[in-house]
Ligand binder design. Sequence first.
Ligand SMILES: Cc1ncc(COP(=O)(O)O)c(C=O)c1O
Length: 383
Amino acid sequence: MRFSTKQIHAGVEPDPLTGSILTPIYQTTTFVQDSVDEYLAKGYSYSRSANPTVRALEKKLTSLEDGSDCTCFATGMAAINAVLLAFLNAGEHAIVSDVAYGGTYRLCTKVFTRFGVEFTFADTSDPDAVQSSIRANTRLILTETPANPTLKLTDIAAISAIAKDHNIPHAVDNTFLTPYFQRPLELGADLVVHSTTKYFDGHNATVGGAVVSRTAELDEATRFIQNSTGTIMSPQVAWLTLQGCKTLSVRMEKQSANAAAIAKFLEGHPMVERVCYPGLESFPQHELASSQASGYGAMVWFEVVGGLAAGKALMDSVEIWTLAENLGAVESLITHPVTMTHADVEEAERRRVGISDSLVRLSVGLEDVDDLIAALAAALDDA
Ligand SMILES: Cc1ncc(COP(=O)(O)O)c(C=O)c1O
């Protein structure tokens, strides 16, 4: 089956009891067993360990990423936490992209370091920088590409080859492009991490996460953490995400087309200092963006002439665009990473990796693109 068919049908079968076309929300704590001897005959015992609605989503995401299996989590951060817990012990070391979601950086620097785990935040866009960061105790490489918020890219195949040489698992946060546009496992990665909160949900309705693994052994390691720490996805969230998945390809196509038009508009506007979108020829890694993925996504950032003050004025006044954290949904959002998504990244570190104070991030939604552009044009005039 091709992607658009799988996003609708994979993992889901008519309910055996009623024929319901949608997998029901199995809102239950426990599952009645036939007998002590046939315990787990139906595969379910207790909803922390496994739940049929969540399992349907895990099967769908496995199919969409072409992995071996998938484990779903309460949030994207719970999914990243599970990868760190599954593959790192005290005294061991991980290489993490120097530009990544602020919560990932916070989890590494403020939680895992307390338990003796060491990190190098490397420029993973440079394979040599990754190679030279490897130590005898390196046990995990975690990259995020395109990275939040600067959109810096990591060459997944190049980093996967280095990881393979050293027998280290390579996990890729594929939240920004989804398997519709980017396929990390095919490029050699071992694990794919998602905040399903974003494009899989697509409607600003839930928070959730997932880890899709290349092998059953890798999945077992993350599933063990899910059950042990109890960081499960709820059946309600899984059900909503199952519905979101069905339109993923259509939304990704249209939101990306909208983003491309908006980036072009911003590039030609005299009040815009700088605009960044992987689909623009001016994007520094445009070639890699074109070869590694089949689409450029729907995230754009720009800086307004007049810097932070002008950018803030624009974000406060712009119509249609909603000032909020989150991305990937049908509603277009405007975000100021320095005070919002990346507030916990120290100023010096933000400057080092190019997250400027005046960076304005756009998550382009599904509204009419002319309305979105007109709203930005009006706000730029005011700014
Ligand atoms: C790239 C990326 N990964 C992970 C996360 C964390 O996901 P969640 O908010 O679902 O915990 C985010 C959140 O913005 C993100 O942008």
